[in-house]
Design a protein around this ligand. Structure first.
Ligand SMILES: N[C@@H](CCC(=O)N[C@@H](CS)C(=O)NCC(=O)O)C(=O)O
Length: 209
């Protein structure tokens, strides 16, 4: 019998969204369990690391968003076709985490309602911090099939999902930031059109992050 999957997370995209895209692209049923912040204190003791997200697979519990996404990607053949491709995908995902570092700083300043500081960090991020990563992403993409396909190999991987999800979040702050990167922009469009992903983007709950 197929395993039963439940993804426990807040009602946010944030650290839960890569795993949701993997399920949707794989056409795998799962329970998308979303907690309100007020429900969390009572739920916290059930989470293996005391944090969200966590994944339940037939009663077994797995914590840590990236371990969960990597496990699902391996399970549904979205992690790369061999050990080298898997490593390239992991490197791509980690590069995405590096690229997002200052974004987290911006969010913290914003949540602390220090809007002046948030604006300063945001301007610096899009003007100085992010471009070197965008150059790097475009270089990686261009090195595979002239940038006309996906980042690694000849089909989508969870690395493509991780980067497009990051870019979608950044677009909410600065709609035009990909204009100078036509290959990356076309890649995002390609991923958004994938079966399962397109329907999910249209149907998912609207949330702040
Ligand atoms: N490294 C962990 C971080 C998990 C994390 O900090 N989750 C936040 C929500 S995004 C959380 O659980 N906050 C509530 C708490 O720590 O009690 C992961 O990637 O899963």
């Amino acid at each position: 019998m197929a395993p039963k999957y439940t993804l426990h997370y807040f009602n946010l995209r944030a650290r839960g969204e890569i795993s949701r895209w993997i399920f949707k692209y794989a056409g795998q049923e799962f329970e998308d369990k979303r907690y309100e912040f007020s429900e969390w204190p009572a739920q916290k003791p059930n989470a293996p690391d005391g944090t969200l997200p966590w994944l339940e697979v037939d009663g077994k519990k797995l914590s840590q968003s990236m371990a969960i996404a990597r496990y699902l990607a391996r399970t549904f053949k979205l992690a790369g076709q061999n050990a080298w491709e898997e490593a390239e995908v992991d490197a791509l995902v980690d590069f995405g985490i590096d690229a997002a570092k200052d974004y987290g700083t911006w969010i913290s300043a914003f949540l602390a309602k220090d809007t002046k500081k948030a604006d300063e960090i945001k301007t610096k991020y899009f003007g100085e911090g992010l471009p070197k990563y965008l150059d790097g992403f475009q270089r990686k993409l261009a090195a595979n099939k002239d940038g006309q396909g996906f980042f690694v190999g000849d089909k989508p991987t969870w690395g493509d999902f991780a980067i497009v999800i990051l870019f979608d979040e950044l677009k909410r702050l600065n709609a035009d930031f990909l204009n100078a990167y036509p290959l990356l922009k076309a890649h995002s469009d390609r991923v958004h059109e994938l079966k399962g992903i397109k329907e999910w983007i249209a149907a998912r709950p609207e949330t702040s992050v």
